[in-house]
Write a protein that binds this ligand. Structure first.
Ligand code: CA
Length: 714
């Protein structure tokens, strides 16, 4: 008989408790999501991840602690699954009953055995590739919602689809958008009171933002809440729209341009208050002078909205950036938590939006409790505690001059989710520091379904070039994990990451914080001190947040790796700080466990042959015209100065036959299925000739630099 020590007995007891609290592997032919309802999403079992941020409170905290500070050094890859995509992966898997539901680029969905990675089913909503032109920031999807045996996904082209969770077959597939406008869906739906709630994006284009709730069983619309007012000559949809109307100036007819306010990502829900919280985006156009020339707060742009979930009526709002003009969306992740502040238990909502302030609000009333800067900023000096409004710096509203604004337009913090640990009381923020350059268009001309920011990206690019040539390049962009005390409103620790545009975060009861970066490094940190305890090189840039779950008594960490998005496609490259791993960028889901041994192989690029570009025949004037046309029409996907980060093909090194196909591709839409839509509504043949000449000029510069590296260095 084996001798038992007290320690062994204790360990055995802990293991059995853990095993009882977690889910078992799925039985054949069953529907693991069958009994998921509001009560379960509010309080998931320890081993489950039932909503985008795990539960309605969206804390992204897993109570599992099998993986902890003492043993995380033994973490390794249990299995991986390839998505066969090279675009941004931003999803949070949902895990129920031992099955993982995960989404990837172009709104594709998979059900996988969460223990082994074996595919159970796959669903492709067949999003038309040409719709990619209407997406500001790549073609990602951030996840599904599950409810009573079904899986719900929003598609890039604005549909909401209900799938049978057992087999992936569509039950219904409905349109949620005005298809004449450049709306997209990239966010995950949430399900409350039997209603599937979904927003949309499009405020860089021509959208009027709104959030819709559909009956989960039938797909019938229950309510819709617009986030900005419509045509003032018509009766406002509700009292909230009547109130908002007074904060806009009609001179430029914002309702024709869209107005913006897209609720494209974050939501959370408090069942006790039956309040659904929704974050809204920037104005369309960005520049308030073009959108509401008389000024005004422009409700409900860049706001946190509390909506009665059953009726769709507004309960309260808090506008983080009144009269936004800097692309300061307030769509960042919102965490609900209960904190003791000044000796009182407060039920709070926490958000760290793009504008760089960390907000703690009373979530019943929307009243400001506190707000402090968590990122470097020059647009405001603080928040007035009485009004809750920012104290703006004069000159931050750029009007008619090129202006440098911090944080950058991708934000002090963007959509990449934070995490909150009730054990440390800290919020972990994937934070950024960096500067944006705003160059207002001299004569803003609004165009349907096109980029309509009111900012001239050709002028921005020239300002950047001039700054580099003068020896004073723009300040480097940096990325961090910041541990923030939401009660004291101060930083407790930070870790600087390799790049600026990094992944979302996870906190666990094992005393750990997990997160990945642009450099492909995925790491675990001590939640109290920030000490790095473990890391692995996944050889692909990381944007997505990790999640944790358990099957058959084993804890797992899951993470999608695949770079891109707003900060990936068109970031201004700073060779001294940009540490990005997109050489291959082939999307993969990695799942980790203690003792996992699988090696991470670098995948070969599906590359472009690097042959000498054809001769340049265009004159300098044509190339200069091409510079402007490229930066006004192509930059947001193909990069400043035609430099790709590897998410989309680098236009300077395309296969030789592409050079003779510019008209067919750019005007004729020959590559529309792959995501390159026709631009014949925006560009003429001589524009395309000029763009080709400019890109060819850049291709020759790259070729010469490779051939004569010493000459190029001088
Ligand atoms: Ca935006």
């Amino acid at each position: 008989m084996r001798a038992f020590t007290l320690a062994a007995l204790f360990a055995a007891a802990c293991l059995s408790v853990t095993a009882a609290a977690v889910t078992a592997a799925p039985a054949q032919g069953t529907n693991p999501a069958a009994d998921v309802d509001g009560a379960r999403i509010a309080h998931p079992a320890a081993g489950e991840w039932l909503d985008n941020g795990r539960s309605y409170f969206e804390q992204r905290f897993s109570p599992l602690k099998q993986i902890n500070t003492a043993n995380v050094k033994d973490l390794g890859v249990a299995w991986e699954y390839r998505t066969y995509s090279t675009r941004a992966l931003e999803g949070s898997p949902v895990v129920v009953g031992g099955v993982m539901y995960v989404t990837a680029a172009w709104s594709k969905v998979w059900a996988l055995d969460a223990k082994t990675g074996k595919e159970i089913w796959a669903y492709d909503p067949q999003v038309p590739g040409a719709w990619g032109r209407y997406a500001c920031c790549d073609v990602p999807n951030r996840g599904v919602a599950v409810w009573k045996g079904a899986v719900y996904v929003g598609t890039l082209d604005g549909r909401l689809v209900k799938l049978d969770a057992a087999n992936g077959k569509p039950v219904w597939d409905i349109n949620t958008i005005d298809r004449k406008r450049a709306y997209t869906i990239t966010g995950a739906p949430r399900i409350v009171d039997g209603l599937v709630v979904i927003g949309n994006g499009g405020s860089e284009f021509d959208a009027r933002g709104y959030i819709s709730a559909y009956h989960a069983d039938t797909g019938k619309l229950a309510w819709r809440f617009y986030t900005v007012p419509g045509d003032p000559r018509k009766k406002p949809e509700n009292p909230a729209m009547a109130a908002a109307m007074k904060t806009w100036s009609p001179a430029s007819r914002w309702w024709k341009m869209g107005g913006g306010g897209s609720p494209w990502d974050s939501m959370s829900y408090d069942p006790a208050l039956d309040l659904l919280y929704v974050g809204t985006g920037n104005g369309a156009p960005w520049d308030r002078n073009d959108r509401s020339p008389g000024g005004g707060d422009n409700l409900y742009l860049s706001s946190i909205l509390a909506i009665h979930a059953k009726t769709g009526q507004l309960a309260w709002y808090y506008q983080t950036t009144p009269g936004d003009t800097w692309d300061f969306d307030s769509t960042s992740h919102m965490i609900l938590a209960d904190l003791t502040i000044d000796g009182r238990l407060r039920h709070v909502l926490i958000q760290a939006p793009k504008n760089g302030f960390f907000y703690v609000l009373d979530r019943a009333t929307g009243k400001l409790i506190s707000a402090k800067p968590f990122a470097v900023m020059n647009w405001a000096t603080g928040i007035d505690p009485k009004t809750g409004k920012p104290i703006e710096n004069p000159g931050a509203r750029y009007k008619d001059k090129v202006t440098v604004v911090m944080p950058q337009e991708t934000g002090g913090h963007n959509w990449q989710p934070m995490a909150f640990s009730p054990e440390t009381g800290l919020v972990y923020i994937p934070a950024m520091d960096g500067a944006a350059i705003f160059a207002p268009s001299e004569k803003f001309v609004w165009k349907p379904r096109a980029w309509n920011t009111g900012n001239d990206f050709a002028a921005v690019s020239k300002a950047v070039m001039a700054a580099i040539q003068s020896g004073k390049p723009p300040p480097p962009s940096t990325g961090y994990i910041k541990a923030w005390d939401p009660v004291a409103q101060k930083e407790v620790w930070h870790q600087q990451l390799g790049g600026n545009w990094n992944g979302g975060l996870l906190a666990t009861a094992g005393g750990l914080v997990f997160g990945g970066g642009a450099d492909g490094i995925f790491a675990a940190y001590n939640a109290k001190t920030g000490e790095k305890l473990w890391s692995i090189d996944l050889k692909t840039g990381i944007l997505a947040p990790p999640v944790s779950y358990a099957v058959d008594g084993q804890q797992y960490i899951a993470l999608l790796a695949g770079w891109g998005g707003a900060g990936g496609l068109a970031s201004l490259k700073d060779p001294t700080t940009a540490v990005v791993r997109t050489g291959t960028n082939q999307g993969r889901l990695f799942v980790f466990k203690l003792g996992g041994k699988q090696q991470v192989a670098a995948l070969q690029p599906e590359g472009n042959p690097n042959v000498e570009p054809p001769p340049q025949t265009a004159d300098a004037a044509t190339i200069a015209k091409g510079f402007d046309a490229f930066h006004r029409n192509c930059t947001v996907c193909h990069g400043f100065f035609a430099e790709s980060d590897g998410v989309l093909p680098d236009l300077r090194t395309v296969p030789p036959e592409i050079w003779s196909q510019y008209d067919n591709i750019v005007l004729g839409g020959a590559l529309a299925d792959g995501g390159m839509a026709s631009f014949k509504d925006l560009l003429k043949k001589d524009d395309v000739t000029a763009i080709r000449a400019y890109v060819l000029d850049r291709a020759h510069a790259l070729w010469d630099a490779k051939k004569h590296p010493q000459k190029a260095a001088k």
